[in-house]
Design a binder for this molecule. Structure first.
Ligand code: MRU
Length: 328
């Protein structure tokens, strides 16, 4: 996998051959982005299956369960992680023999890889219909090829619109504290020669108030059955400001990001280490001893959402009725 912690200065790769190494890669954000960690975690379970020397199924299943538990503990908010692990574990449980289980698991993760790119391309084309020639799109974090197996969700919509020949410009907030906007989204867009402008997170309201944003399109880490959108910290303030200035706000996400089992008050928002906030790229910027809060995600309520872009079509309000209907 690409080591996302080293971008944009270095494009280097990390090889994982054990589920433990995959767990470290997810926890340390070598790989990040909801669909990417979902498929990576599933591949972590597949590695455990592939390496297992267990002769009989019950022992084999116990080994898989222990690797699945380790991978589940890496990050709490993106539902794709749990979706990916559950999907391969189902194959293990229904296999009948160790050999069948190993084959089925490898087949399943290969299918998940292909399906993710396919879903992104499909939702990209659906979302591209919302974009007009000449639009400026504000995003948040990185919901591009790096955050998925390929193509991207929010940036997939932009890519599809550009492929249709529309002129699209992307406003990229830096996305403190981990700087996924500045480091990753800007990297992808510059590489693909898609027009973009990097802004500080604090410039978002000003840009919206000047009329410099036509649409807000973001990814999502979990969309609950009651229509709340969990995404990178800073998304909620974009949604509030978009509403204030009459700009539509669209989350773009595949089926694997929808959680039909939970309402918004049952979701854990990841709290990451203080160093991400009191340092920038390893350099301390705040006095020693200052208390720090570092919520990695926030929650946007459904009344701020214009519609949701998915590979199954646009989901409109009322979201608590239409999400279960379209996504079951
Ligand atoms: O903490 P991260 O970088 O994993 O958070 C990622 C995001 O919030 C993305 O916007 C989200 O996963 C959508 S990815 C297509």
């Amino acid at each position: 996998m690409i080591d996302q912690t080293r971008l944009p200065t270095r494009l280097s790769y990390v090889s994982c051959t054990t589920p433990e190494q995959v767990a470290v890669a997810i926890r340390t954000m070598v790989v990040r982005g909801a669909p990417a960690i979902g498929v990576a975690a599933a591949m972590g379970v597949a590695l455990a299956a592939y390496r297992s020397k267990a002769p009989r199924l019950p022992e084999f299943v116990r080994e898989m369960e222990s690797s699945a538990a380790l991978l589940r503990s890496t990050r709490p908010t993106a539902v794709n992680l749990f979706w990916g692990i559950d999907r391969v574990m189902k194959k293990v449980e229904n296999a009948g023999s160790v050999k069948n289980a190993k084959d089925a698991v490898v087949r399943e993760v290969r299918a998940m890889e292909d399906e993710d790119v396919e879903a992104n391309k499909k939702l990209g084309r659906i979302g591209a219909d919302l974009i007009e020639d000449g639009d400026t799109v504000l995003t948040q974090c990185n919901a591009g090829a790096l955050a998925t197996v390929g193509y991207g969700t929010a940036l997939g919509v932009v890519r599809a619109a550009v492929e249709e020949g529309k002129l699209v410009k992307v406003l990229v907030p830096e996305t403190r504290p981990a700087l996924q906007g500045a480091r990753l989204t800007a990297f992808e867009l510059v590489r693909d020669r898609i027009a973009c402008t990097l802004i500080s997170d604090t410039a978002v309201g000003h840009m919206l108030s000047l009329g410099r944003v036509d649409k807000v399109i973001v990814g999502a880490d979990r969309i609950t059955k009651d229509g709340y959108v969990f995404n990178k910290i800073g998304t909620y303030q974009e949604a509030v400001l978009a509403k204030r200035h009459g700009v539509p706000f669209y989350p773009a996400a595949p089926r694997s990001t929808f959680d039909l089992t939970k309402n918004h008050d049952q979701v854990i928002i990841e709290e990451r280490g203080a160093a991400e906030v009191f340092q920038i790229r390893g350099k301390r910027i705040a006095p020693k001893g200052v208390p720090v809060a570092n919520p990695a995600f926030d929650m946007t309520p459904p009344d701020l959402v214009s519609s949701m872009i998915t590979e199954r079509g646009l989901i409109q309000a009322p979201f608590d009725e239409n999400i279960p209907r379209l996504m079951s």
